[in-house]
Design a protein around this ligand. Structure first.
Ligand SMILES: Nc1nc2c(c(=O)[nH]1)N[C@H]1C(S)=C(S)[C@@H](COP(=O)(O)O)O[C@H]1N2
Ligand SMILES: [Mo]
Length: 213
C-alpha cells in the first residue's frame, strides 16, 4: 500500500484538475424517476442465476492493471480501509426503481487513491465470482457516490444481492453494479462485459434511456 503522502499528492492532483466535477445540476424532487421507470418498495433479485457461495476467510478482491500497487485485499484488510456511507437510488433496466438505499463500504475514490492509478487508466473492468463481467469508464467508476458495498440498510449485504461485496454505481442502470465482486482491472482499452456484448448499452445512463445498443 502506498503511504499517506502518495494519497495526499493524488488527491491534490484531483483538486487541480477539478476531477469528478460533472457540471450537472442536482435534480428537483419531482424529477427523480428516470423516463420509463416505475417505483418499487421491495428489492427484486436479478442475476444470471449462478449465485456463488463465498465464505469470508476465502474472500479476495484483486486490484490489477494500470495501478502503482497491484493488491489482493482480504476481508480484514478491506474492512480496515476507510469506510463511508452513501445514500442512493437504484434504477434497473427492467424498469424498476428503488429510492433511498443506504450503502456502507469503501468508496471507489478512496480505493483509487490507495492503489494509485496510472495516468493511462481509462476504464475499470469488473469480474465477479459467478463469471459475470461489466465495464465502466473511469469517470463513471470514480463518481462521488460509487461504493464497494458490504452493507445495505445497516445489515451485511445478503448473498442474493451480491454479498460479501458488490459495486454500486447509482447513476447508471443496475447491471453496471456487479455483485460478488472478485477483480477490478484498470485498463487503457475498453472491454464490453456480459450484457454489453448482448445488446445492452455500453454506458447505461437511465436519464438518457441508454438501455440498448
Ligand atoms: N455478479 C453479477 N452481478 C450482477 C448481475 C449478475 O448476473 N451477476 N446482474 C446485474 C443485473 S442485470 C442487475 S439488474 C443487478 C441486480 O442486483 P440485485 O439482484 O441486487 O437487485 O445486478 C447486476 N449485477
Ligand atoms: Mo438488470
Amino acid at each position: 500500500m502506498p503511504d499517506e503522502s502518495k494519497l495526499t499528492r493524488t488527491k491534490q492532483k484531483w483538486a487541480e484538475e477539478a476531477r469528478f466535477i460533472t457540471g450537472r445540476q442536482s435534480r428537483p424532487e419531482e424529477d427523480r424517476l428516470p423516463p420509463g421507470q416505475h417505483l418499487v418498495k421491495n428489492w427484486p433479485v436479478l442475476d444470471i442465476g449462478l449465485e456463488p457461495v463465498i465464505d469470508l476467510p476465502n474472500w479476495r478482491l484483486d486490484i490489477r492493471g494500470l495501478v502503482d500497487a497491484p493488491t489482493s485485499l482480504k476481508w480484514e484488510g478491506f474492512l480496515a480501509l476507510p469506510q463511508t456511507e452513501k445514500l442512493s437510488d437504484i434504477h434497473c433496466v427492467t424498469s424498476w426503481t428503488r429510492y433511498d438505499n443506504t450503502w456502507k463500504g469503501l468508496s471507489t475514490q478512496e480505493l483509487a487513491a490507495r492503489v494509485g492509478l496510472s495516468p493511462e487508466a481509462r476504464f475499470a473492468i469488473l469480474t465477479c465470482e459467478d463469471g459475470y463481467t461489466t465495464n465502466l469508464a473511469l469517470s463513471d467508476f470514480l463518481v462521488e457516490d460509487a461504493i464497494l458495498a458490504h452493507s445495505w440498510e445497516g445489515e451485511p449485504l445478503t448473498a442474493e444481492h451480491g454479498g460479501p461485496v458488490r459495486l454500486v454505481v447509482p447513476h447508471l442502470y443496475f447491471w453496471k453494479s456487479p455483485k460478488w465482486l472478485r477483480r477490478i482491472e484498470f485498463t487503457a482499452e475498453d472491454k464490453p462485459g456480459f450484457w454489453e456484448v448482448r445488446g445492452y448499452h455500453n454506458r447505461g445512463d437511465p436519464w438518457l434511456e441508454e438501455r440498448y445498443s
